[in-house]
Ligand binder design. Sequence first.
Ligand code: FES
Ligand code: FES
Length: 186
Amino acid sequence: MTSELTSLTAPQRHQVTVTVNGLPRSAEVAPRRLLSDFLRHDLRLTGTHVGCEHGVCGACTILLDGKPIRSCLTFAVAVDGRDITTVEGLAAEDGTLHPVQQAFQDHHGLQCGFCTPGFVMSACGYLAEHPDAQDDDEIREEMAGNLCRCTGYAGILGAVKQAAEVLRETGADPRDRHRPGGATLG
Ligand code: FES
Ligand code: FES
């Protein structure tokens, strides 16, 4: 009787298998498990941050099939079989920062760093679609979906512009893991 009641009340769980930063990852989750929680708690990828949890701040931004999305607004079961890039998938294997990460460091585009993974992932998605980005107003508009509460936006704007220049010079796809020397692992 107890086990029958338990089976009636326990949420059904689903196996979710995704490719994250080039590697297959899998976990069993409840139907309403958020993608942000799936990444952070089930896969232990805590680089993706969670701020507002309702789609406003952009801290939880990741790339899904190469496009930036809010992982706090997405159920993990909805991305089964898809390709995900998180901030952990950007630096080179030897730790050398990805051009977007390096640009944020060079321009002091962060202070506490809480918003930074979201900004970096949004910038990677934006620059992949707009490799010729250089107009301040356009960059501000495109990055407006991410909020920073402590460092101000001038450094972030400078960082995105620097990253765009570096990526143009190397021809690297900003969504790929960095390889020192300019090319990417793909
Ligand atoms: S935590 Fe997802 S948008 Fe704020
Ligand atoms: S660096 Fe602190 S919230 Fe952006």
